[in-house]
Design a binder for this molecule. Sequence first.
Ligand code: PLP
Length: 408
Amino acid sequence: MTMLDIERLRGDFPVLDQVKVNGRDLVYLDNAASSQMPRQVIDRIARYQSLEHANIHRGVHHLSDAATTAYESARSSVRRFINAAEDREVIFTSGTTDAINLVAHGWGRACVGEGDEIILSEVEHHANIVPWQMLCEEKGARIRVIPVDDRGELDLVAYASLFNERTRLVGIAHVSNALGTVNPVREMIATAHAHGVPVLVDGAQAVAHEVVDVQALDCDFYAFSGHKLYGPTGIGILYGRAALLERMRPFKGGGDMILSVSFEKTTYNIIPHKFEAGTPPIMPAVGLGAAVEYLSGLGLAKVAAWEQSLLAYGTERLSAIQGVRIIGTARHKAAVISFNIADVHPHDVGSLLNDEGIAVRTGHHCAQPVMKRYGVPATVRASFAFYNTRAEVDTLAGAVDKIRRLFE
Ligand code: PLP
């Protein structure tokens, strides 16, 4: 496998060399929150918006046709990217949160009843906790939690013991945004299926960093966001198995999701349109299509290999600094390093790093239960993309060491 030419690829991202922070080169290590868009995506969006834009599906004129083609070809690009069997299994949403809410309402409200149980893990993002909690409150159901160990790995024995005849769904993150752990979702899905239970995978932190094949995973639902995938905000995907989507109720009602409407009765459109009420985010969808084509062109295996080398190097550099505690040391991790420096407040670390031009995220990362598990209110999180370099890791390690000495 040839390596990626990182220096050349960095040239695709205007922000990386045009933005200076406090007079320094930007070191962008907040990719788990939102990654940057390459010129190819920005140009595609500009071309769509300049020359191809109109409302989709219902028009008979040239531009409506062009916009529909752009939107539907973005769906096909996403289908190929995650290896879904059919385009109609790919639903455009506004993001991961929206996708999970769609399942909680469209599937959960029909299939979860009083006394039923939903299994989630302790490392979930709030987006994969709160919608289920709201559903459980409404239905009188309850959440069972897969515990995580000190390294950040899920306890699979405990997981297997949580199933019973009341289990209705498993919801698990493919990759933990707070710890970086890559959960063994394929194995966990097989366990759930052995009990006849469907699985929703929150893939927000996975799709940009490793090959995701929804058929090989055999998952029932897979959710992710465009803005963590080198695409724009306002767009995301819910992949769903066709048979499940067909049985599911729509979540939002309105135009485009119907076949016929009368005051007596409405019949719904076929999937995926049944779940895309109203004018969708056409331009962001086109941008997402361009983003997955861009990433596929690089090759996810090469992206993963480079990011893994950055993770190994970053872990080595940071753990060598006195007082640094890395939270999340699972054997299989994505390129996310959550850490604290002795007793220094993570927000102070974040703003001191910003002084050096380094962008990281600090806080609870919308994963308060996992913060509680490790007894910390917050962490500093450096999250890497394929456009990051070893020199940027050195800059981060140098700045962390400087901060550590300031507070000695
Ligand atoms: N799930 C995980 C694991 C995440 O990391 C995030 C975002 O940080 C989300 C869900 C929510 O994504 P969005 O805000 O794009 O809906």
